[in-house]
Design a protein around this ligand. Structure first.
Ligand SMILES: Nc1nc2c(ncn2[C@@H]2O[C@H](COP(=O)(O)OP(=O)(O)O)[C@@H](O)[C@H]2O)c(=O)[nH]1
Ligand SMILES: [Mg+2]
Length: 212
């Protein structure tokens, strides 16, 4: 049954291939971690109702890039219909951290003139032995790029998984309350107040466009 919602946020999960985007989304929405799970090609889309406080339901539309990142190709419909981005790297793969700056730039360029707010996630924090990026480097980069914050997450050990989605959503909600995010009729990244469900057309899921 459709839960009435007060706000709807589109959230996209981005980062290099194999940093663990699909695993994170799966853990958050289904509650499980399966090492052998194959992510399907195409776009994965999940809905999650977040009870921000007893009176406020924020409906999250969560988009996973499932494979397109290899081709630097991003689907217009979900980029343009998002207000938040979980930008991820793998703390055990330095090159995935080194590419965060270009992800960030390209996403902002792409969604212009619409806003996008970022949470930086250093993923696979359980891999202490193989770690190649220090926590303070992640914190410094998030600060430099003006992101909401930096969090270290392990989907495998279920550390900071729901916190990641909550921190980003709260950050966006607070910015909206402060008047820093303007809604527009032709932009569906952040939608207010409707309780009737009108999701982006599922058929659009497979229609992707080249990034940049
Ligand atoms: N050690 C560790 N491995 C993880 C974690 N999350 C995902 N993985 C593994 O990383 C690999 C890539 O994950 P996947 O979700 O497919 O990445 P995606 O390409 O970014 O969607 C898989 O083998 C996962 O089992 C984690 O928190 N810790
Ligand atoms: Mg994937």
């Amino acid at each position: 049954m459709e839960v009435p919602w007060n706000f709807r946020f589109g959230i996209v999960i981005l980062g290099d291939s194999a940093v663990g985007k699909s695993s994170l989304l799966h853990r958050f929405t289904e509650g499980t971690f399966d090492d052998s799970r194959q992510s399907p090609l195409g776009i994965d889309f999940k809905v999650y109702n977040m009870h921000y406080d007893p009176d406020v339901v924020i409906k999250l539309l969560l988009w996973d890039t499932a494979g397109q990142e290899r081709f630097r190709s991003i689907c217009k419909s979900y980029m343009r219909n998002s207000v938040g981005c979980i930008l991820m790297f793998d703390v055990s793969q330095r090159q995935t951290f080194d590419r965060i700056g270009s992800w960030h730039r390209e996403v902002l360029d792409y969604v212009k003139p619409n806003p996008m707010f970022f949470l930086l996630v250093g993923h696979k924090s359980d891999l202490a032995v193989g770690r190649q990026v220090r926590k303070n480097e992640g914190e410094a980069l998030a600060k430099k790029l003006n992101m909401i914050t930096y969090l270290e997450v392990s989907t495998k050990e279920n550390l900071n998984v729901s916190e990641a989605f909550e921190t980003l959503s709260r950050g966006i909600y607070d910015l909206f309350q402060k008047g820093k995010i303007a809604t527009r009729d032709d932009w569906h990244g952040l939608t207010v107040g409707a309780t009737v469900d009108k999701e982006p057309q599922v058929a659009e899921k497979s229609k992707c466009c080249n990034f940049g």
